[in-house]
Design a protein around this ligand. Structure first.
Ligand code: OGA
Ligand code: NI
Length: 370
């Protein structure tokens, strides 16, 4: 029987996926628009294919993993110990939390408030920012890979490129302008501290990664995950690793972030005041696999909205021709050979973007030794 609420997708032979995606995209209202309309059932293009769900239950219940914590307040007193902990965390887990990181509480709260203020703007105002244009520095969209992924995710994002060329604050919506500019400044400073520690963890001079332009540019991705009517059928963010050097993630109190560790999905529960840091694909490549860029995802939830602000250290939108490969100084005659070929930043991003969040790693494409 065809029910009124799913007449569009009741008959598989007439279901036109592209048309449905386009209609959703053209609404410029994102998943929040769907949630606000009160739907009780997910449109079919959000539903994960059964093989996807089946592949997802890799046995085991709890890995006992505690996400490593790095206390940046202890740097002055014991830098070598902090460097050793960063190395262990980046090599073994690819994710760690930082505490006493120097970003004031007010800036953290401000960034989450700014994200919420944007996403909760009236639909017609927000629609003015909706775009998939590659070159646009400030854009709102739902699912950057909407037309490529096997299923859409229950998430909207405001994407803002903050540097290397400083973003003109006037390009930001007024409701989030000042708070985003402030958070951007603070998180960039923290990024530099982290790249220094990560350089030392590789046995390099503290400024090595910064000199390779790793902290030169960053983008802020303000995500909004509305309460989802059928969270078991979809994802908030599908499994992926990040297409950048490093990510600093601020999440609110809702939870749902998981990382894939030793064949299991492990929760990264929110900790008030802490930030989550993860190694991106490019840093795994540059470190010749010493650091790991690991899969992670966000579960959809009956409870919402969930807000998060991810800071991607990336040269997105910057006309760099710089090539990135395994760092020469860390390759030695008795160590492993270079595991990756060199690639320009643009080539890497273009490849990652072309494949979407399909659950495979973009790094495979650049790997020399399979
Ligand atoms: C990302 C990401 C996680 C989150 O933006 O790449 O993984 O909690 N975000 O929103
Ligand atoms: Ni991510």
């Amino acid at each position: 029987m065809v029910r009124a609420d799913d007449s569009d997708d009741a008959d598989p032979s007439t279901y036109d996926r592209y048309r449905e995606l386009k209609r959703f995209d053209d609404s410029k209202a994102g998943v929040k628009g769907l949630a606000d309309s009160g739907i009780a059932k997910l449109p079919r293009f959000f539903v994960r294919p059964p093989e996807d769900i089946a592949a997802d239950q890799p046995g085991g219940s709890s890995s006992g993993l505690e996400i490593p914590v790095i206390d940046l307040g202890s740097l002055a007193a014991g830098r070598p110990a902090a460097v050793a902990r960063v190395l262990a965390a980046a090599r073994e887990v690819g994710f760690f939390r930082v505490v006493n990181h120097g970003v004031p509480e007010s800036a953290l709260a401000g960034a989450l408030a700014a994200a919420r203020a944007f996403h909760e703007l009236p639909g017609e105002v927000k629609a003015g920012y909706y775009s998939r244009e590659a070159g646009r520095k400030v854009k709102f969209r739902s699912n950057f890979d909407l037309y490529k992924s096997k299923h859409a995710s229950w998430r909207d994002t405001l994407f803002c490129v903050m540097g290397p060329e400083p973003l003109d604050p006037l390009e930001l919506p007024l409701v989030c302008r000042d708070k985003m500019m402030e958070y951007s400044k603070q998180v960039k400073a923290l990024g530099i501290t982290l790249f220094e520690l990560l350089s030392e963890a590789l046995g390099l001079k503290p400024d090595h990664l910064v000199n390779m332009d790793c902290a030169k540019g960053h983008a802020l991705l303000s995500h909004y995950y509305p309460a989802c009517p059928e969270p078991d059928l979809t994802m908030g963010t599908a499994k992926h690793s990040d297409p950048d050097f490093l990510t600093i993630l601020l999440q609110d109190h809702i939870g749902g972030l998981q990382i894939y560790y030793r064949d299991q999905w492990v929760d990264v529960p929110p900790v008030a005041g802490a930030l989550v840091v993860n190694i991106g694909d490019l840093l795994q490549l540059m470190s010749n696999d010493i650091f790991k860029s690991v899969w992670h995802r966000v579960l959809a939830n009956h409870v919402g909205p969930r807000l998060s602000v991810a800071c991607f250290f990336t040269l997105h939108h910057y006309p760099t021709t710089r090539m990135y490969g395994p760092i020469k100084e860390i390759l030695s005659e008795d160590g492993p050979p270079a595991l990756y070929r060199e690639a320009s930043f643009r080539e890497f991003i273009a490849y990652y973007g072309s494949k979407g969040l399909d659950g495979s790693s973009a790094l495979t494409h650049f790997r020399l030794v399979q």
